[in-house]
Design a protein around this ligand. Structure first.
Ligand SMILES: [Zn+2]
Length: 385
């Protein structure tokens, strides 16, 4: 195989900028909130047909509650090498109808729209990177590759996680199409692990005027517990606990019989999983006549900057260097499906998608100028990772 020189690869994508933008637009205009199965299914079907045209072997993984996950394989005949796994998601956080308030538009050098950065543009980059490699190599991929696009990443990836983990175990490396970090376009070499816990307090109801003494306030007990949680060892160890939502009580004239808190937990290191779990589950009641229970777990292990991650970043940096730019790295708080694959010790590099701003927000947008070199970086990694 004789690939074009890096500068020519970049030029290839610069010439195809319009097509890339069109693919992004096509995907953004197909709204796909995680909880509307038929909408995500439609994106899955459209993508299956586009990747099918490139010669990919399509496999749908049906899910009862969510859209069908889409697996696309490119397996050159007789090639026994480990495939590289490209990982992305088709769902967004925006409800149906958002597109009419936040239409997909191109202006000021950006593409705007719901889910454009996270991560419709990432999928488009994957598509055009593969398309280019095929064009450079007589219609064949020079190595095995699998692309997995899941349907419910934004709501925790419960149904796709086993598929992601299974494919990752077979892969030489995992390239995650989540957005890059910041406008410099850093890749993500560390991500925090994420967990969600629920603290449930049960007290004793009573009339606040007639029987106040007989009541045991679940709200007061919850307040004690929240302060206890706020004193738990935090940021300096990379652990944060956020009591993000509380509820309790029935009416103002009733001593509250129940109260609940939802807690978001972030950790930087795998060894903190057990510690934080023990701390939360070890909470003890202050009022002996109330009872408390804690449920929940760490759903995504942290993506740690292991040797394998650092080596893969080094490779990416080299490719970017050949294309004439210095690829930065960053550690971030949010989790992705890359957390699952890194925890299996498979070399994982995240943030290989588009560069932009405003994920999950009204000003969500992608910088068009950055698309060609992101596609070139991705193509380089598909060939060598
Ligand atoms: Zn995402």
């Amino acid at each position: 195989m004789s690939l074009p020189a890096p500068a020519d690869q970049l030029r290839h994508f610069q010439k195809r900028r319009k097509e890339i933008v069109e693919t992004v637009r096509q995907l953004v205009e197909l709204e796909s909130p995680s909880d509307i199965k038929q909408s995500v299914d439609r994106v899955s079907t459209v993508l299956a047909s586009r990747f099918g045209e490139l010669g990919g072997k399509i496999k749908f993984h049906p899910s009862e509650k969510f859209g069908k996950h889409l697996q696309i394989d490119f397996r050159p005949r007789g090639d026994r090498a480990k495939p590289v796994l490209l990982l992305g998601h088709m769902d967004t956080v925006y409800p149906i109808g958002t597109i009419s308030k936040m239409p997909c538009r191109v202006s000021t050098g950006r593409i705007w729209g719901p889910g454009v950065l996270d991560m419709k543009a990432g999928i488009a980059l994957g598509f055009h990177a593969i398309e280019a490699i095929l064009a450079w190599n007589d219609g064949k991929l020079p190595r095995p590759m699998t692309l997995l696009l899941v349907s419910e990443e934004e709501v925790g990836s419960t149904s796709s996680r086993p598929i992601t983990e299974h494919l990752a175990r077979e892969a030489s490396a995992v390239l995650v199409l989540e957005p890059a970090y910041g406008l410099h376009g850093a890749v993500k070499t560390a991500r925090k692990g994420v967990g969600e816990y629920t603290l449930q307090v049960t007290g004793v109801a009573a009339h606040s005027g007639l029987d106040f003494e007989k009541g045991q306030s679940a709200v007061i007990e919850l307040a004690h517990q929240i302060l206890e949680i706020s004193r738990m060892p935090a940021s300096q160890t990379g652990v944060t606990l956020n009591v993000g939502k509380i509820s309790g009580g029935t009416r103002t004239n009733v001593v509250p019989p129940s109260a609940t808190a939802s807690i978001d937990v972030r950790i930087s290191s795998v060894k903190d999983i057990a510690t934080v779990d023990a701390l939360l589950k070890g909470l003890t009641r202050v009022n002996p006549r109330c009872s408390i229970s804690v449920t929940g777990k760490i759903n995504r292990p942290p993506l740690e900057r292991s040797e394998a991650v650092a080596t893969l970043y080094g490779k990416a940096r080299q490719i970017a260097g050949d294309l004439g730019w210095d690829l930065e790295e960053a550690a971030v708080g949010g989790g992705s499906d890359g957390n699952f694959t890194a925890a299996l010790r498979v070399p994982t590099l995240d943030g290989l998608g588009a560069v932009g701003e405003g994920a999950h927000a009204e000003h969500e947008s992608v910088v068009i100028e950055e698309l060609p070199r992101r596609a070139a970086l991705l193509a380089g990694l598909i060939l060598t990772a």
